[in-house]
Design a binder for this molecule. Structure first.
Ligand SMILES: N[C@@H](Cc1ccccc1)C(=O)O
Length: 419
């Protein structure tokens, strides 16, 4: 079995960072706004529920993956266990999610650069120029080499840890428990439960990391113990960071003051602007801005690499500059054009990410386990996720609820909190 102790595999911390790094991203800025309706206690419960289901579904991909040689891709598993139809559904949902994420990152990154570009005197064009500049600079990193992405990401992660700790400590110092509990005299109502549906898909998106599982199985040579620990602790790190962030934001910005942020589709600069009117020092809001910008860039790099490699593999583009240029065109042009032509709100599109991601991060993993338990006679040495069929149905239901919630929200059939 591949868990042979003689096989030396890389240290655990790398896997944990990969999972935490992929999970923590745009969702972070969407969560406080998307959960303004359920507010603080509700949001913590929604996040805990989502974390549990998403962590379990990650382990399900691992359980199915153990029957294949290390390095087998997500595609290989789906094609072999579920057949060509599911493989097409999976591929489409995968590409769609990445395109929407890149769209959101270019949108937000451009918005954040706009004040600087506006100083050049470009007038109304400055928003588009800013989005173009953001896309070109960071797409160039991806095109240049994976190593360039690796280097830039490492620097970003170190700077993010510093800015996150600085800004969050500053915010937690100014935290108001009455704000957090929505107990201010001018508090915005006490109806929370109907808003849970709108919050779910956005939270699902913020716990997505599942394309990492087959890569981790390759990285750790099918060592179940290491992959399981990476998935569980990486997603736990994400949960803790999201909860701290949620406390800092919803403890500073009262529920009724989310109105302008919600009206702007959850725009990150509008959220940061609203926060800065409650945070005393100007320095703190700058640190927060810097953190937000780096979080967007690091997700942009990580997510685009996923599609970049997928495109290169699918169209057999060579790994030279021209081949990489073709993969880059496929990766960046569609989301960039969409962003210039249809600039919509940020939280709105993250909801679509939740819809597409529910397919391949919740439903497909459950189906993979059903199929693999049927296909492969279980050996004593095999890993089997506990919880039996009940857990599989629990996670399947989670995926379906998220899909239905997002579709109904789109039709305007679910109550949305307006502040
Ligand atoms: N979790 C990522 C987005 C993501 C969704 C689905 C899969 C992978 C990544 C974020 O919050 O930015």
């Amino acid at each position: 079995m591949s868990q042979d102790l003689a096989v030396k595999t890389p240290p655990l911390v790398g896997g944990m960072m990969i999972v935490a790094g992929t999970a923590i991203g745009a969702g972070m800025f969407a969560n406080p706004t998307a959960t303004a309706g359920v507010w603080y206690v509700g949001s913590i419960l929604v996040m805990a529920y989502t974390w549990f289901c998403m962590c379990m579904s990650g382990l399900m991909i691992m359980e199915a993956n153990q029957h294949y040689p290390a390095g087998a891709s997500f595609n290989t598993l789906v094609k072999d266990l579920l057949g060509p139809v599911w493989n097409v559904i999976n591929g489409l949902a995968f590409v769609l999610v990445i395109y929407i994420l890149l769209y959101a990152y270019i949108f937000v990154g451009g918005n954040m650069l706009e004040p600087f570009v506006a100083k050049l005197g470009l007038g109304a064009a400055s928003g588009k120029v800013a989005a173009t500049a953001f896309m070109l600079v960071f797409a160039a990193c991806v095109w240049w080499s994976t190593k360039a992405v690796d280097r830039v990401s490492t620097v970003l992660i170190i700077a993010m840890v510093i800015t996150f700790l600085t800004s969050v400590t500053g915010m937690l110092n100014q935290l108001n428990v009455a704000t957090l509990m929505n107990a201010l005299p001018q508090g915005a109502g006490s109806v929370y439960l109907p808003y849970v549906w709108v919050a779910l898909p956005v939270c699902l998106a913020s716990f997505g990391f599942h394309m990492n599982v087959p890569s981790l199985m390759a990285y750790y040579q099918n060592n179940i113990h290491k992959v399981r620990t990476s998935v569980v602790s990486g997603t736990l790190i994400a949960l803790v960071i999201y909860c701290v962030w949620q406390t800092a934001v919803q403890g500073v910005l009262p529920r009724h003051e989310f109105a302008p942020v919600i009206a702007a589709g959850g725009d990150v600069p509008v959220l940061l602007q609203a926060l800065s009117s409650h945070i005393d020092t100007a320095g703190l809001s700058q640190v927060l801005n810097a953190f937000a910008f780096m979080a967007i860039v690091s997700s942009f790099l990580g997510v685009s690499l996923g599609l970049f490699d997928y495109a290169a593999d699918m169209f057999h583009f060579p790994a030279n500059r021209t081949g990489r240029f073709k993969s880059a065109l496929i990766t960046f042009i569609p989301p960039y054009v969409a962003c210039i032509v249809f600039p919509t709100g940020f939280v709105t599109v993250i909801g679509y990410v939740g819809l597409g991601a529910a397919i391949w991060t919740a439903i497909i993993p459950v189906l993979l386990v059903f199929a693999s338990r049927r296909r492969f006679a279980s050996k004593a040495s095999d890993y089997r996720l506990g919880g039996g069929k009940a857990l599989l149905w629990f996670v399947l239901l989670f995926g379906l609820v998220n899909i239905v919630a997002q579709i109904l929200t789109q039709f305007g059939w679910l109550p949305t909190f307006k502040g």
